[in-house]
Design a protein around this ligand. Structure first.
Ligand code: GLP
Length: 241
C-alpha cells in the first residue's frame, strides 16, 4: 500500500479527482466505483469544475455505485445513487449507459447482489475503486467481521454505522438498518484503490487501518496487503500516524 498526505481537504479532493482524470486520459474503457458520504463531496466538485472547464472527458468510463441503502427507493434523495447523481452524474451529463447501480428495490436482493457483481466481473473487474472509511473501519458497507473474501451482498448495518448515518438523514426520516455492498473480494481485486479520509474524527480509525494488524475486525486494514492501494489523507486524518 501507499500513503499520500495532503495539507487540506481541497488538495485531498483534487488528488482523488486526479486519479480519475488519469484513467480518463487513457481514452479506453475503464471501470470505476464511487462512494458516497461527506468525504467525496470535494472530489465530485473538483471533477465537475474540471468538466466545466473543458478539461475532462469521461466518455470512456463505466461508473459503479459502491454501496446502497435498502428499504428506501432508488429515487429518494437519500439513496447513494441519487447522491452521486446530484453531485456528479447530472452536472457532468454522464450517459445513463455508463452508469451501473444496485437495484435496491429488487424482490430478490441476494440475486441482485450476485447480478451486480457479475456485471463487474463480465466487464473485466474494477480498474479503480474510490472508497471512504467508516468510523468502525468499514468499507462501503463491509462492516466489521468482513473478510478479504467477503462477497458482494446484503448486510445488516453495524450499530456504529447507524449512529454515523444520522448525519445523512433528516430527523423525520428513519435510518435504514440494512444495506447492499460490493464485497471486499471485488474491491481487493480492483487494480487501484484510493482509500480517502479527512478530518480529525478519522485520525483514530486511520491509525488502526494503517498501523494495526490486518484484521476482519477492521475491514479497511485489508488494503494494507494491496500493492495498488493508496491511503489518501489530509493532515488531520493523518495526525495520529
Ligand atoms: C458510509 C458509507 C461509506 C462511506 C463511509 C464514510 O456509511 N456507506 O461508503 O465511505 O460511511 O462516510 P463519510 O465520508 O461521511 O465519513
Amino acid at each position: 500500500m501507499n500513503l499520500v498526505i495532503k495539507s487540506d481537504y481541497e488538495s485531498l479532493s483534487l488528488a482523488a479527482a486526479q486519479a480519475i482524470m488519469e484513467l480518463s486520459k487513457q481514452k479506453k474503457e475503464v471501470n470505476i466505483c464511487l462512494p458516497t458520504g461527506t468525504t467525496p463531496k470535494g472530489m465530485y466538485k473538483a471533477l465537475v469544475d474540471l468538466h466545466q472547464a473543458g478539461q475532462a472527458d469521461f466518455s470512456f468510463i463505466n461508473w459503479f455505485t459502491l454501496d446502497e441503502y435498502l428499504g428506501i427507493p432508488l429515487s429518494s434523495p437519500f439513496s447513494c445513487y441519487q447522491q452521486i447523481t446530484e453531485l456528479f452524474y447530472e452536472p457532468t451529463g454522464i450517459s445513463k449507459d455508463r452508469i451501473f447501480t444496485f437495484n435496491s428495490e429488487a424482490k430478490d436482493l441476494d440475486a441482485e447482489a450476485a447480478r451486480y457483481n457479475a456485471i463487474i466481473e463480465h466487464m473485466g473487474g474494477l480498474d479503480l475503486a474510490i472508497v471512504g472509511i467508516g468510523m468502525n473501519g468499514h468499507v462501503g458497507f463491509n462492516e466489521p467481521g468482513s473478510s478479504a473474501n467477503a462477497p458482494t451482498r446484503v448486510i445488516d448495518l453495524h450499530e456504529r454505522t447507524l449512529v454515523q448515518s444520522k448525519k445523512y438523514f433528516t430527523d423525520d426520516h428513519p435510518i435504514p438498518t440494512k444495506g447492499i455492498t460490493l464485497g471486499m473480494k471485488t474491491l481487493l481485486q480492483s487494480k487501484e484503490v484510493f482509500v480517502v479520509a479527512n478530518g480529525e474524527e478519522k485520525a483514530d480509525i486511520v491509525k488502526v487501518a494503517i498501523h494495526g494488524p490486518v484484521s476482519d475486525d477492521v475491514p479497511v486494514s485489508h488494503f494494507q496487503t494491496h500493492a495498488g492501494a493508496t491511503f489518501l489523507l489530509d493532515t488531520l486524518a493523518a495526525s495520529k500516524l
